[in-house]
Unconditional design. Structure first.
Length: 355
């Protein structure tokens, strides 16, 4: 009788997947209603092929039967899809060893269980991000053609589904330009320059539209939300945004609040918020150091473009995220990218037989 053996890393992946699957199946029954606030909007929205809510409604009500199924089944199907995708990307070597990187990833499985337990835009986002990654990595085209094709996919996604992906694509081009310059600290300087470009884009937008980006996408929305609901982790600029330097402060404040939210420790009496905050802080630190390694080691040169994608997304989050909960939810939507870039040296070493 043939024996069935799995490695310690595979067993850890399977165990985490099982726990996450249980959370996804029960989430719709036990989570507070505020976690499910988008569900009625999605299911009652008129289906369409353009716009995030319209397309999501079309996906759940027309393309698939998921919108008509009980939440326990929706969570089961969506989380299994996510695990299948992560398994296709790979299971890291030594995934069973408890260290900072693995611990952050372990917690990510629980986050995915929470945010994939319901009809959500993040499920579509998750699948599309995987498609971009896999086509980029598996393509036999030249690096330039791979960059152009992946950029086109991102811009297409921005045009039809989430407009801020247009902004992300624009920032990626600037990241690529900055990293061609002879800079002493490319990691820090490219990120700083990209933030400056983001501020410049918002100022230009303000001149054309009459409102700066953070005012239109975050400040006004949150002021209205605070009038009708209790939002614990709402993000509001520390200064009233009336001029260009206030907008600069607002964007920087938003970037640090959604990626390195030390100011969120004031919610220490709320364990779930505290868990999300710690996860975001260490996740950013880990990705920041992995980005540096991709810059310094030419063996992993093709991953720099994916890092531009990720950090452009994180910068854009500083403009549009209304609260910390939304920031975590949107990171769940790009988790295939996060997962790959946390372990790319492991995956690429296997792919290219690098010792």
């Amino acid at each position: 009788m043939p024996s069935f053996k799995i490695s310690s890393s595979e067993f850890t992946f399977l165990l985490l997947s099982s726990i996450g699957l249980l959370i996804a199946m029960l989430g719709g029954l036990i989570l507070p209603l505020r976690f499910l606030a988008d569900v009625p909007t999605i299911l009652k929205q008129t289906p369409g092929l353009k716009g995030s809510y319209a397309f999501t409604s079309w996906f759940y009500n027309v393309l698939t039967p998921l919108g008509k199924l009980p939440l326990i089944i929706v969570g089961f199907i969506q989380f299994l899809t996510a695990i299948f995708i992560l398994k296709k990307i790979g299971i890291p070597k030594k995934f069973h060893i408890i260290n900072l990187k693995n611990s952050i990833t372990y917690f990510s499985f629980f986050i995915l269980g929470i945010f994939l337990c319901m009809p959500t835009k993040e499920y579509i986002n998750f699948i599309y991000i995987y498609i971009i990654i896999i086509l980029y990595l598996k393509s036999k085209k030249t690096l330039l053609k791979k960059k152009i094709s992946s950029l086109c996919l991102i811009l297409f996604f921005g045009f039809f589904f989430r407009p801020y992906y247009l902004l992300i694509g624009f920032l990626m081009i600037f990241f690529s330009f900055f990293n061609k310059l002879k800079l002493k600290n490319k990691r820090f300087n490219s990120l700083s320059f990209a933030l400056v470009i983001m501020i410049g884009i918002s100022l230009s937008y303000g001149v054309i539209k009459g409102k700066y980006m953070t005012v239109e996408t975050r400040e006004e929305v949150n002021i209205e939300r605070m009038k009708r609901e209790n939002v614990n982790t709402v993000i509001l600029s520390p200064v009233k945004v009336d001029n260009w330097y206030d907008e600069g402060i607002s964007i920087l404040y938003g970037f640090f609040t959604v990626n390195i939210p030390f100011n969120g420790f004031k919610h220490f009496l709320s364990p779930h918020i505290l868990g999300f905050i710690i996860w975001e802080i260490f996740l950013f630190i880990l990705l920041y150091f992995e980005y540096n390694k991709s810059i310094k080691n030419e063996i992993f040169y093709q991953n720099k473009w994916l890092f531009y994608f990720l950090f452009s997304f994180l910068i854009a989050q500083g403009v549009f995220e209304p609260d910390l909960g939304s920031a975590v939810r949107h990171k769940a939507g790009i988790f295939p990218l996060i997962y790959y870039l946390l372990y790319y040296r492991n995956f690429d070493s296997k792919r290219y037989n690098i010792k």
